[in-house]
Ligand binder design. Structure first.
Ligand code: ADP
Ligand code: MG
Length: 338
């Protein structure tokens, strides 16, 4: 007998799930992105016990076709791309078709969904196994309840932080995602308490006020600049609202929340030119770029991307933010002088 085993789909899925579903907040992020991709204008999110016992999301998006419902939980099942060629023109948040299958392999997932022309259907998947599927009329959209996360992977459960810490990680990530989608009304309930609500006014500055405060909203300058292959817009805060950590630095590329050393360095350098203390700026930076010019597929959680021309991005971001601060602060001085 040889020594090499071919792993079963179930085992393979549990292993792969570890890459996508690191902690409860990864589930929240994936489910939010699915609701956003479905074109929802209202998204309700509820969690209990730091997301360990319950993560519930309800959206009013396009819904899942009745015949697709059971397939949505298969590995590599996606309606968003057809072939590798499509990777170069991604407009959706998701595309790997891994989230639902990963989540359902390490939790108990109840889904109810309805498209415009159908009645609605419900399915329960536990540890990767479909328990039942049935007729379930409802309003258009999708509801998902993820219960008992990591119930069948005790090793992973052990590495979670306290429930309240996992809860705040979730609140932070939800808050950031709402910033990128000012047209969507979000509301987040943590252990029965509403902790965040946005109204879908379409103005990012309104969301900044809801997520942070009126003070932050009033102490940030708007910037906007268009280049050949990309554009940048967003808000940079005055020194008054600077921070001791990078917690209030947010970057979206094509509305995707990402980490970027290049962009962070460019904004911080611009901020430093005007700062009198050594602190981190508040900023929200939105970069819109042709999808062909970035690679979003270098990270399983899609948290990092690669730019074709990093130098150009650095210079443009630096210049835009620098000019905004210069103009904004001059305006402030003028007001004071007058
Ligand atoms: P991906 O988002 O990468 O396509 P997922 O595993 O997250 O993969 O989801 C699989 C598929 O299930 C999606 O491509 C989509 O067709 C469907 N789906 C998941 N969530 C929703 C939702 N909230 N509304 C409508 N369709 C959804
Ligand atoms: Mg997805």
């Amino acid at each position: 007998m040889g020594k090499i085993n071919l792993l079963s789909a179930e085992t393979f899925n549990k292993i792969a799930a570890g890459e996508v579903v690191e902690r409860p907040s990864s589930v929240v992020k994936e489910l939010l992105e699915n609701a956003i991709d479905a074109g929802a204008t209202e998204i309700h999110l509820e969690i209990a016990d730091g997301g360990e016992s319950l993560i519930k999301i309800v959206d009013n998006g396009e819904g899942i076709l009745e015949e697709d419902l059971r397939h949505a939980f298969l590995p590599h099942a996606t309606s968003k791309i057809r072939s590798a060629d499509d990777l170069f023109s991604i407009r959706t948040m998701g595309f790997r078709g891994e989230a639902l299958s990963s989540i359902a392999s390490v939790a108990k997932v109840l889904t109810r969904s309805k498209t415009a022309g159908e009645d609605g259907r419900e399915i329960l998947v536990e540890g990767g196994e479909i328990r039942y599927e049935k007729y379930a009329p409802m309003d258009q959209g999708t509801l998902m309840e993820v219960r008992d996360l990591f119930y069948n992977v005790p090793a992973r459960k052990k590495f979670l932080k306290t429930k309240s810490r996992e809860g705040s990680i979730i609140s932070e990530i939800v808050a950031k995602i709402t910033l990128a989608h000012p047209h969507i009304a979000f509301d987040l309930v943590v252990d029965g308490k509403n902790v965040l609500r946005t109204y879908g006014t379409g103005e990012q500055s309104d969301v900044i006020r809801q997520v942070y405060s009126k003070k932050v909203q009033e102490n940030a300058f708007y910037f906007e600049e268009h280049y050949d292959s990309f554009s940048i817009h967003g808000f940079i805060g005055k020194e008054e609202i600077s921070r001791g950590s990078r917690s209030h630095e947010t970057i979206f590329v094509n509305k995707r929340l990402i980490q970027s050393k290049v962009i962070t360095a460019a904004v911080e350098r611009a901020f430093k030119s005007f700062a009198t203390v050594n602190r981190f700026p508040f900023f929200v930076l939105n970069l819109e770029i042709f999808p062909e010019l970035i690679d979003v597929n270098i990270h399983p959680q899609k948290a990092e991307i690669k730019f074709e021309d990093e130098g150009h991005i650095f210079k443009s971001v630096f210049q835009t933010v620098h000019d905004a601060l210069k103009k904004g602060l001059q305006g402030t001085f003028d007001v004071k002088a007058a």
